[in-house]
Write a protein that binds this ligand. Structure first.
Ligand code: NDP
Ligand code: 2IT
Length: 458
């Protein structure tokens, strides 16, 4: 039976449809960008219609148009002496509340659409942290897989030759993302420092010896679990004893699993683009140490975990068919499909926290919301990474370094505050259920939109 809509709901739907039609026309073929904007606009449109000043100022149109996009060629030489050419971008989306801030992604699937969706979401995520950071994102279609460290170094150095003139500690501060970790940030920072002859914190995620912050490596995964703990504590529950399904085996997944173990939960899966491991006994700290060495040092495949510990390996599969209390998609966008949402809900999953950016298809999100489970969207759930990047910037500016406890305590406080903002804007009047998607989008929107209004027509 189709749901009856009130006249107000119909008006919102019509406004969203008209807005999206224009956005699709202005940005053809950018399906990831359309998806991120649609999810956002659906939740903020009722508020925009109630507050004519936003519509009069065309805030949504302005907010969905990046300030600028820099596109450039990156040429480098491989180990066999072949000349290689890649394309790179920096999307400087919105600097209304602070300098552009956001990661760099190296992956063959990187397109302008992917970087625009990431840059767009970054604006609101960064606003939620309470730190003065605008939104940006960048990257390249360069595929780091199978490349030697020397090749990675040459690519990073070549990329920075162009990028350095567009970034700066008060302008735009890149960091890591898929395919960009400590090694890549080090190569890029080394080159930046050479080109500029200045030692400033223009990149975050740096090594501890040269301006990096304690806890930055762990921050995204830890923060996702802290946010989940906040949602559960709000209901008088906790993650302790919960069976958890995690996807990915990179930076975010690894440290989400680590924190889950520390808090007494039972993570049972990890994955990579080849498939998923299912360890019914639970991934322990010792087994996770193997994963860290496998992924961070040997750069091997997760299937080796199954061989080493004699557990199930689901080749070519994501882990969403595994029964669980909580799911943590921590790999990439659209890795959790509508049918996966059905499977999770059917198996009794009550919590989904997005460690990755936009890992759930829009239909999957709608199903989680309709089922009224605890659904933590990426903007809120994975904001811990960029939050500690912001703390790294503060430490660099002050020329000091805080202790692990100090940074972790601040991360705790920021995730708690993001949860409170979500409750404020996403609380449901009738039954106490919290729509965290609405909450996160609204809290981010109000902050960025009000700054834009204050600047006048810019
Ligand atoms: P990593 O490169 O460290 O790890 C990525 C993981 O996801 C790997 O296991 C990789 O497998 C898997 N993966 C990547 N692309 C695909 C794909 N197309 N299909 C299947 N698996 C894939 O990246 P991060 O852990 O840093 O990032 C993971 C997610 O978290 C991304 O969405 C990122 O935007 C988001 N994020 C990251 C933050 C950070 O601080 N690093 C902060 C906030 C969000 P394989 O090695 O086989 O490719
Ligand atoms: O998506 C993200 O928030 C990140 N990749 C981290 C960005 C940052 O600037 O630390």
């Amino acid at each position: 039976m189709s749901k009856q809509h009130t006249p107000e709901e119909k008006m919102v739907r019509d406004e969203v449809a008209t807005f999206m039609k224009g956005l699709r026309k202005r940005n053809p073929h950018e399906k990831e960008f359309h998806q991120a904007v649609e999810e956002f606009v659906e939740t903020v449109m009722p508020y925009v219609l109630e507050h004519p000043e936003y519509k009069e100022a065309q805030i949504l149109e302005r907010m969905t148009e990046p300030d600028r996009i820099i596109i450039f060629r990156v040429c480098w030489e491989d180990d066999s002496g072949n000349i290689r050419t890649n394309r790179a971008w920096r999307v400087q989306f919105n600097n209304s509340i602070g300098p552009y801030k956001g990661g760099l992604r190296f992956h063959p699937t990187v397109t302008q659409s992917v970087l625009k969706f990431l840059g767009f979401e970054q604006c609101f995520k960064n606003a939620l942290t309470g730190l003065p950071m605008g939104g940006g994102k960048g990257g390249s279609n360069f595929n780091p897989k199978g490349k030697s460290s020397r090749e990675i170094m040459r690519f990073c150095q070549s990329m920075m030759i162009e990028l350095h003139r567009h970034i700066g500690e008060d302008t735009d501060i890149p960091a890591g993302d898929i395919g960009v970790g400590g090694r890549e940030i080090s190569y890029m920072f080394g080159q930046y420092k050479r080109l500029e002859n200045r030692f400033v914190g223009t990149l975050t995620g740096k090594g501890l010896a040269f301006g990096g912050s304690l806890v930055r490596t762990e921050a995204t995964g830890y923060g996702t679990v802290y946010f989940t703990e906040n949602m559960l504590n709000h209901l008088g529950d906790s993650v302790e004893g919960k069976t958890c399904v995690v996807s990915g085996s990179g930076n975010v997944a690894t440290y989400a699993v680590e924190k889950l173990i520390q808090l007494g939960a039972k993570p049972v899966t990890m994955s990579d683009s080849g498939g998923s491991i299912y360890d019914k006994d639970g991934i322990t700290a010792d087994k996770l140490a193997f994963v860290k060495e496998l992924k961070e040092v040997r750069r091997g495949r997760i299937s080796e975990y199954a061989e080493k510990f004699g557990c199930e390996y689901m080749e070519g599969k994501t882990p969403w068919s595994v029964p669980c209390d909580a799911a943590f998609p921590c790999a990439t966008q659209n890795e959790l499909l509508s049918a996966d949402a059905d499977a999770l809900l059917k198996n009794g999953c009550k919590i989904v926290a997005e460690g990755a950016n936009m890992p759930s298809e829009l239909d999957a999100v709608r199903k989680f919301l309709a089922a009224k489970i605890l659904f933590a969207p990426a903007k809120a759930a994975n904001a811990g990474g960029v939050a500690v990047s912001g703390l790294e910037q503060s430490q660099n500016a002050l020329r000091i370094s805080w202790t692990r406890e100090e940074v972790d305590q601040r991360l705790h406080g920021i995730m708690k505050s993001i949860h409170e903002q979500c409750v404020k804007y996403g609380g449901h009047a009738n039954d106490g259920w919290i729509n965290y998607v609405k909450g996160a989008n609204m809290a981010g929107f109000v902050k960025v939109a009000n700054a834009m209004l204050a600047y006048g027509v810019v």
